[in-house]
Design a binder for this molecule. Sequence first.
Ligand SMILES: Cc1cc2nc3c(=O)[nH]c(=O)nc-3n(C[C@H](O)[C@H](O)[C@H](O)COP(=O)(O)OP(=O)(O)OC[C@H]3O[C@@H](n4cnc5c(N)ncnc54)[C@H](O)[C@@H]3O)c2cc1C
Length: 220
Amino acid sequence: MNVKIIGFTPKPEKLPAMAAKLTHSKSKPEDLNKSSDKELKGILEHVMSLGHTSVIEHTSFSFAISDVSRSLTHQLVRHRIASYAQQSQRYVNLNEPNYVTPPKIAKNKEMKKAYDATMENIWKEYNKLLDLDIPMEDSRYVLPNATCTNIIVTMNARSLLNFFELRCCQHAQWEIRQLANKMLKEVKLVAPTIFKNAGPTCKSKGICPESKKDCPLYPK
Ligand SMILES: Cc1cc2nc3c(=O)[nH]c(=O)nc-3n(C[C@H](O)[C@H](O)[C@H](O)COP(=O)(O)OP(=O)(O)OC[C@H]3O[C@@H](n4cnc5c(N)ncnc54)[C@H](O)[C@@H]3O)c2cc1C
C-alpha cells in the first residue's frame, strides 16, 4: 500500500482560523489575513477544543493511494463527503495477476499456497474471457475483491476527522485501518493543530461507541 498527499489547500490551518475569526469580527474577510499567526493559531485551537469544526471544511487534502484492494476501496467510497477517481476495470486491462494478500493468510504457508493458486486460476480465466473477445467490463466479473487498484481521494478536514474516528478504530477492517493511519500520519505533518486529537473516538472524544472493553485502547 502506498499513500501520499498530492495536494492540499494552501495555508491549511490559517484559512479555517480566519473563517473562525470572521464569525466574531467586524473586519472584512480579506483583512483577516493581517492577523498574526499566533492569534490565528490560538483561535483555531479554541474552536477545535469546542468541536466547532465547520470552519475546517475550508481545508481539503488530496491523497494518491495505490496497491490497495478493491475490498478496501469499496469501504472507502462509502464516505460520501469526499471526491474520488479510481482506476477503471472497464478501460484498463488487468491481465497480470495483482492482488492483496491478507497478513493472516500470508503467515500460513499452506493457506498462502492455496490462496496464490486460486488467484493464478482466476487470472487465467479472466485472460481466457478476454481472448474470447468478452469485453473488459464483463470479463472483470471474475476478478476478486483482492484485486489491486489505485485511487485518488480528496476530503475536507472535517470529513477526514469523521473518517479517522471510524477507520482508525481497532474495530475497522485491517486494510482500511492501515490506510487511515497512514493518511493521519501525513495530514498531521501539514495541519498539526487540526489533527492533534484525531483518531478513533477513544482518542478524539474519550468514548467507545462499540463498548468493546476487551480492546487495548478502551478508555480507562
Ligand atoms: C467498523 C465499521 C463497520 C461497518 N460495517 C458496515 C456494514 O456492515 N454494512 C454497511 O453497509 N456499511 C458498513 N459500514 C459503513 C458505514 O455504515 C458508513 O457508511 C461509512 O463508515 C461512512 O461513514 P459516514 O456516513 O459517517 O461518512 P460520510 O458519508 O462521509 O458522511 C459523513 C457524515 O455526514 C452526514 N451525512 C452524510 N450523508 C448523509 C445523509 N444522506 N443524510 C444525513 N446525514 C448524512 C453524517 O453525519 C455522516 O456521519 C461500516 C463502517 C465501519 C467503520
